[in-house]
Design a protein around this ligand. Structure first.
Ligand code: CDP
Length: 222
């Protein structure tokens, strides 16, 4: 199957919109591969934090991104043989990821790696710019969103479930700051791609959102 004919479902949206869960389940249902592009930004951030790389040094950060020694096995994320699945989920890593993601050289360095996930029989790609930049010809593009309150609520529950203490006020502030950075950056800003289906999941369960995406996909391949 030539690469450009392998179907891609691009699912973009703001932080804590539930796109990770929805994208994962859609990939499972269709037997497709799954790309968590945010994990690549988080891995770069984790390496930078551990190495003490200057977080304003675009060139040095791009170099880290370009030679990211990472692999994905099942739901585990591996960095140089170390399982960093939980480590990359830390709030500090997410915040750093969102900062370094504003650098064009970092985004450019991660492009090839992301394109490499497009393998038969298909790919569900989750991120901020999957439909707008990385896979602009994806047959189905979805922009998943939810109100700030609904998203803060979900993030709060996620953290508490993991046994991590959380403060609602801090979470709301953090979400707003991240939305602001992701939406207003000059390169690959977080906006619905052309032709994207917008799905507001504020009052939907993840399964309802999955059903909706699968319905759209069934219509696309008809
Ligand atoms: O969990 P959350 O949705 O907050 O973040 P994520 O999807 O794991 O991504 C972490 C950060 O990487 C985001 O805040 C974005 O700034 C950045 N990112 C990006 O710029 N482009 C992508 N395709 C994916 C993530």
């Amino acid at each position: 199957m030539p690469t450009h004919t392998i179907p891609v479902i691009a699912i973009d949206g703001p932080t804590a919109s539930g796109k990770g869960t929805v994208a994962h389940r859609v990939a499972d249902k269709l037997g497709f591969h799954y790309l968590d592009s945010g994990a690549l930004y988080r891995l770069t951030a984790l390496m930078a934090l551990r190495r003490g790389t200057d977080l304003a040094d675009e060139h040095a950060l791009a170099k880290l991104a370009e030679h990211l020694p990472c692999s994905f096995t099942g739901s585990s994320v591996i960095l140089s043989h170390e399982n960093v699945t939980d480590a990359i989920r830390a709030e500090e890593v997410g915040n750093t990821a969102s900062k370094i993601a504003t650098f064009p050289a970092v985004r450019h360095a991660l492009t090839g790696l992301q394109l490499g996930f497009r393998k038969a029989p298909g790919l569900v790609a989750d991120g901020r710019d999957m439909g707008s930049v990385i896979f602009p010809h994806a047959p189905l593009k979805v922009f998943l969103t939810a109100s700030v309150d609904a998203r803060a609520d979900r993030r709060y529950k996620q953290l508490i479930d993991k046994g991590i203490s959380a403060n609602m006020e801090d979470l709301l502030m953090d979400l707003r700051a991240r939305d602001e950075r992701d939406t207003n950056r000059a390169i690959a800003p977080l906006i619905p791609a052309e032709g994207a289906h917008v799905l507001d999941t504020s009052s939907m369960t993840a399964d309802q959102a999955v059903e909706e995406v699968l319905k759209w996909y069934a219509a696309v391949i008809k």
